[in-house]
Design a protein around this ligand. Structure first.
Ligand SMILES: *Cc1c(COP(=O)(O)O)cnc(C)c1O
Length: 448
């Protein structure tokens, strides 16, 4: 790894629990939070952040946590990454906002050029910028509908696409995302997904045929504007479709004039050991949606795709007050520079190797590890009752809570809540990863 930056030297890259958890400052803040912030906004951790860099988050009581979450796959280049800090400081002093639709600025155009260059496929592309992943997914659907003149949208079992009304219709899981918040947008249809651990290991081509059959029989290609799919699912449990599933689905879309949309909000920007997850099988989506890892922690999202598809929306049809905010654009350009300059795609593959090695050692002693999957720095374990494939959400929760108490930030996910997911920043050191997995291994030994 590189020499530690200034940010990392003021945030020692070592786990440390120096108070009871949550500490007194965090407890005071949580009391204020509970009387000021809507109850619907929950928190995974009971400690409040004060600083973060490299692979460490420091709380307001001076406890240091190993970050295996990256704020949900956002701080891929590291928290307050030096290039991002410098670029944002320069931009914030120059101007903070003009609205790109009023007085445009270069940063937006430069981010569009970078995305057109980096996303899969070497065809002519265009990009539009937004604020959140959900907003970009919505815009991809708008674009696909104007391009095709069709309305239907196909999404998949276990999918997660966001929390706005249209994206809630596209998201699969009821609790906590959808419960009580309907009615949801119409013309959204759900198809089965290749899920090797739970579909008997059906091969990708066969799974794709079954899925396409459902789409043809229940929706009809002539009504279908787009298929929206996460190449590796995020919240749904890091489900990685069998090899061949995505290419077959993309080919069917191409043959039927259906816009193939890859939601790479969680998988994008080196996270999976490729710049984009679609790159692994050479899948070229018509539209690709990005957010999370795009801007080192600043809110930014994008839709990038075939020029003829992107340009089918009329002038003024796409936009938003803050879309492509200049600070977020400066951060995105710096994050992209960081990925390229520090070889973070290769670093994600190293992290994959380390995590898989550690998890296989645990699996050899523990029959509750049902499945280990994912790619790059996006790895998960699905926990089950030993000797069965019955989900064990209580175990996942207990392990996560115990890890938090020992200074390791771990997230859970999955339709059944039984998946532990690991999304470390790519700036984390091997030492911190080993320390975190020592904690996890010991925790699984204790919770029997
Ligand atoms: C997080 C996520 C979204 C939603 O992004 P927000 O920025 O939270 O709106 C959409 N799709 C995927 C795959 C995600 O992981």
């Amino acid at each position: 790894m590189n020499a530690p930056s200034v940010e990392q030297s003021i945030v020692p890259q070592e786990r440390l629990i120096r108070t009871e958890l949550p500490g007194p400052e965090s407890r005071r803040l949580m009391t204020r939070k509970n009387s000021a912030v809507a109850a619907g906004v929950g928190t995974t951790m009971s400690v409040f952040a004060a600083r973060a860099a490299g692979g460490i988050v420091v709380d307001v009581d001076g406890n240091r946590f190993i970050d295996l979450g990256s704020g949900i796959a956002v701080t891929t280049v590291g928290n307050s990454a030096p290039r991002v800090v410098e670029a944002v400081q320069e931009q914030v002093a120059a101007f903070t906002h003009t609205c790109f639709m009023v007085t445009p600025y270069e940063g937006y155009v430069a981010v569009a050029e970078a995305l057109n260059r980096l996303t899969p496929g070497d065809h002519d592309k265009r990009t539009a910028l937004f604020n959140s992943g959900a907003e970009a997914v919505e815009n991809a659907v708008k674009i696909a509908r104007t391009h095709t003149g069709r309305q239907a949208v196909v999404v998949f079992d276990h999918a997660y696409h966001g929390r706005t009304n249209l994206t809630l219709a596209m998201t699969a899981k009821n609790m906590p995302y959808k419960h009580g918040f309907g009615p949801f947008a119409g013309e959204v249809y759900r198809a089965p997904l290749s899920y090797p651990y739970r579909d008997g290991g059906t091969d990708g081509a066969t799974s794709a045929r079954q899925t396409i059959d459902v789409i043809e029989k229940q929706v009809g290609a002539a009504n279908l504007a787009c298929v929206v799919i996460e190449p590796i699912q995020g919240e749904g449990g890091f489900i990685e479709p069998a090899t061949g599933f995505l290419p077959a689905l993309a080919a069917w879309c191409r043959d039927n004039g259906v816009v193939f949309v890859a939601d790479e909000v969680q998988t994008g920007f080196a996270r999976t050991g490729d710049l984009f997850a679609c790159d692994r099988e050479g899948v070229v989506p018509d539209l690709i949606v990005t957010a999370k890892g795009i801007a080192g922690g600043l809110p930014l999202s994008a839709v990038t795709g075939r020029a003829d598809v992107m340009d089918s929306a009329h002038v003024g049809g796409l936009g938003g007050t803050y879309g492509g905010n200049p600070l977020a654009c400066a951060a995105a350009l710096a994050a992209i520079d960081t990925i390229e300059a520090e070889g973070l795609v290769a670093r994600a593959r190293e992290i994959e190797e380390l995590l898989l090695r550690r998890l296989r050692q645990i699996e050899a002693r523990d029959a509750r590890i049902g499945d280990i999957r994912g790619r790059g720095a996006m790895i998960a374990v699905e926990l089950v009752k030993a000797g069965t494939d019955e989900p064990e959400p209580e175990l996942a929760k207990a392990v996560a809570v115990a890890a938090h108490r020992q200074g390791v930030i771990v997230l859970t996910c999955g339709t059944y809540g039984n998946v532990l997911r690991f999304l470390p920043p790519l700036a984390i050191s091997d030492d911190l990863l080993h320390d975190a997995f020592d904690v996890l291994a010991a925790t699984l030994e204790v919770i029997r």
